[in-house]
Every structure is written in C-alpha cells, then in structure tokens.
Design a protein around this ligand. Structure first.
Ligand code: CTP
Ligand code: CA
Length: 225
C-alpha cells in the first residue's frame, strides 16, 4: 500500500462509489452508452481504500476492478440503482462518479431488430437518477458527493445540482474539447453550500483522486461528522 497518511475521519468508514458508463441495450447487438471509462471512479476507490475506508464500488464499463475493493459490476442504470440501494443503508457516504445514461430505449428486444422493423425511430424514456434517489433516502450523518460534467456555465449548473439533489458537494468537470473523457490531466472544482472552492488539479487521475480524498477528509474533520 502507499505512504498516504491515514485520515482518522475516513479510516474504517464505508464509502459507496459509483463509476463508469451505464449501457442501455436496444437488442443483443446495439446499446446506448457514453464516453466515460470509469477510470476516475476507480482511482477514487483506490484513494479512499488507501486512507483506510471500506469501499464498495458499483462499476459499469470494461475496466478491471481495483484490488482490495469490493465491487459489483453492472450494466444498466436500473442495475446500478439496485446494487446501490442494497448497500446504501450500511454506508457512511456516497461518491457518485458514474456517467449514468439519462435515457434508455422504451423497449428492448431479446432478438436483433432488423432494419425497417422500427429501429429507425428510437423512443427514449428516463432512467432513474441514482444520486437523487440515494440522497433523498439518506439517514442523518450520511454524506453525498456528486459530479457534474458540464460543457458550459459549469459553476451555475453545479450549484443547481447541489441544491436540487441536496448534496454535500458537487465536483465539477469541464468536458469541453475532449477534456475529462480519456484525458491525461484533469481539474475538478468542488462546489459546496459555501460556493465554489479552490480547484483541485490539473493532475493525473490517480493524483487527483488523492486530492479529492484529502479535501473531503479535511472537511469531514472540520465538521467532525
Ligand atoms: N447521476 C445519477 N443517475 C442518473 C444521472 C446522474 O446518479 N440517472 C449522477 C451522476 O453520477 C453525477 C450526477 O448525478 O454524480 C450529475 O450527473 P449529470 O449527468 O452531470 O447531471 P444530471 O442530473 O443527469 O443532469 P444533466 O445530464 O441534464 O446535466
Ligand atoms: Ca446526465
């Protein structure tokens, strides 16, 4: 393990992390997904693990699960929700790093749909908002951190998400110009009820994840939650 000093506020704490893309199948060969890989959530899982937290990772996508982290692999938003709900009561906090597909096809066919048989028009319906659901089902003391991937008006949109989903913090990612998805160095700006905080980064994802954990551990200590 690495030489990161143990943070008393996170040592032994149970942290639930969502990561990666979700996939919404139209049929056995076609799927709706997005460009997330899950790398950032996996690095966050490692970084929380390294300060002594007991991490449960709910992971979409194809990347390997990190060593020493209890992981549930999922495909759709609904599966991610169910995996999270099964673990939420026992958790101290949630970090929702997943890029959840906001829509899924209204119907999914067990057989490949042939051209001309309706595949030209997609009827989409909303998927459950996992972060909002867990946040509204939280018990006193549980903390919730969301992400916001925005291409414009980053801080305004992040504050809106903070309030709407009743979060303790939103970590804002700038997704313009191919940044964030697959990029080498990233910057995350935490937004809390006190407003935007000093940006973390630009750093490689593993270093950035450590910076997020340090930042959050300090806030927890200050609040002595
Ligand atoms: N999220 C989630 N379930 C969803 C959609 C989003 O848990 N169905 C979580 C993401 O993991 C992230 C946060 O909500 O932590 C914000 O995701 P984002 O896509 O930026 O926001 P949305 O609320 O989906 O709004 P929009 O895509 O319209 O900007
Ligand atoms: Ca979304």
């Amino acid at each position: 393990v690495h030489g990161t000093p143990k943070q008393p506020s996170l040592n032994g704490r149970r942290v639930l992390i969502t990561s990666g893309p979700t996939r919404e199948d139209l049929d056995p060969v076609r799927t709706l997904t997005n460009r997330s890989t899950g790398a950032m959530g996996i690095e966050l899982a490692r970084a929380f693990r390294d300060v002594g937290a007991r991490v449960h990772l709910v992971l979409g996508g194809d990347l390997a699960a990190p060593w020493g982290v209890d992981t549930t692999r999922v495909r759709s938003a609904q599966q991610m929700l169910e995996a999270c709900e099964a673990r939420w009561a026992e958790a101290d906090g949630l970090v929702a790093a997943a890029a959840v597909a906001d829509q899924r096809p209204e119907t999914s066919s067990p057989e490949k749909v042939k051209k001309g048989e309706g595949i030209e028009t997609l009827n989409l319906v909303r998927t459950p908002d996992i972060l909002a659901r867990l946040s509204s089902a939280r018990r006193p003391g549980q903390w919730v951190i969301g992400f916001a991937a925005e291409s414009e008006k980053h801080l305004e949109h992040a504050s809106a998400k903070l309030q709407k989903k009743q979060l303790d913090a939103v970590l804002v990612n700038d997704v313009q110009d191919g940044k964030a998805f697959g990029a080498q160095a990233n910057t995350l700006t935490p937004v809390t009820a006190e407003g935007p905080q000093a940006p973390l980064g630009p750093l490689a994802k593993d270093q950035l994840a450590r910076a997020v954990v340090q930042w959050w551990a300090q806030r927890l200590e200050a609040r002595s939650i």
